[in-house]
Design a protein around this ligand. Structure first.
Ligand SMILES: O=C(O)CCC(=O)C(=O)O
Length: 253
């Protein structure tokens, strides 16, 4: 998959771009079934909320062949190569899950706030590809963006502990956030399974709880240029990789 000039312009100006059909229906079905199986496993890489429901899984390439293949999928590698234009490794690989009628939300944040302050990432160069495993609607906790917020640099914020979270993350100061919110508004892209969002590490994003009777899973791959690898990271390596080996495309068979 290759982004058009218009899609590259959108990514640059708005901080994200939506790519329908990033994965096909068979690929998504395999990953969705695998996700349900992984989230039932009792392992340190699968995080649960206080009631024991799965909230996220990290570094799935280490215990799942389909997810190991996804990291080397031509669409993942092709889009990353086109935007980053130099060798890159995977800084973070995760599934964020929202259970039916679940209360989990993700307050507004910039990924680079945490990646800079807590992980020691030198520059806001990393991108994230988020792939929908189910239909995403306005009711099941879609990822929402403030378009253009990537142009403001790092907004004011403080590193906070959050209940049930493994590490601190940087939460935005509401005064700075309100100004950007009022100026640019919010977009929450809906889409069918297999749609991908590609977003900048500075774009402000977040999500509300899932108010639907169905699961919502999004897989996130965050490629970062090897030249921008972490300096003095503090979080566990499942959250912030220390293996800076370049990601490669799968050989065609
Ligand atoms: O999947 C979601 O609802 C939000 C995930 C997110 O923003 C993050 O993990 O940084």
């Amino acid at each position: 998959m290759t982004l058009s000039d218009e899609q590259l312009r959108q990514f640059d100006e708005q901080g994200f771009v939506v790519l329908p059909g990033f994965l096909d229906a068979d690929e998504v079905e395999l990953l969705r079934n695998e996700t349900h199986a992984l989230l039932r496993q009792d392992r340190p890489e699968v995080l649960r909320n206080v009631s024991g429901q799965p909230r996220a899984a990290f570094v799935m390439d280490r215990y799942s062949a389909p997810f190991a293949r996804l990291l080397r999928h031509p669409a993942v590698i092709g889009v990353s190569r086109q935007i980053l234009r130099e060798p890159f490794y995977c800084h973070q690989y995760k599934i964020i899950t929202k259970q039916p009628f679940g209360a989990t939300n993700h307050p507004w944040h910039q990924d680079y706030g945490t990646w800079s302050e807590i992980d020691g990432m030198p520059l806001p160069r990393a991108i994230t590809i988020g792939i929908y495993l189910e239909e995403v609607t306005e009711f099941n906790g879609p990822l929402a963006f403030i378009p253009g917020s990537n142009k403001y640099g790092i907004l004011a914020g403080v590193a906070e502990e959050r209940p049930g979270r493994k590490s601190k993350s940087v939460m935005l100061d509401t005064t700075a956030l309100s100004e950007v919110f009022d100026r640019h508004g919010v977009v929450a892209p809906k889409g069918s399974p297999g749609t991908a969002l590609v977003f900048d590490s500075l774009v402000v994003h977040g999500s509300a709880p899932n108010m639907s009777p169905s699961w919502r899973h999004i897989v996130y791959v965050s490629p970062n240029p090897v030249s921008n690898k972490l300096v003095n990271p503090t979080r566990e390596e499942i959250l912030a990789a220390r293996d800076f080996s370049p990601m490669d495309e799968l050989e065609a068979v």
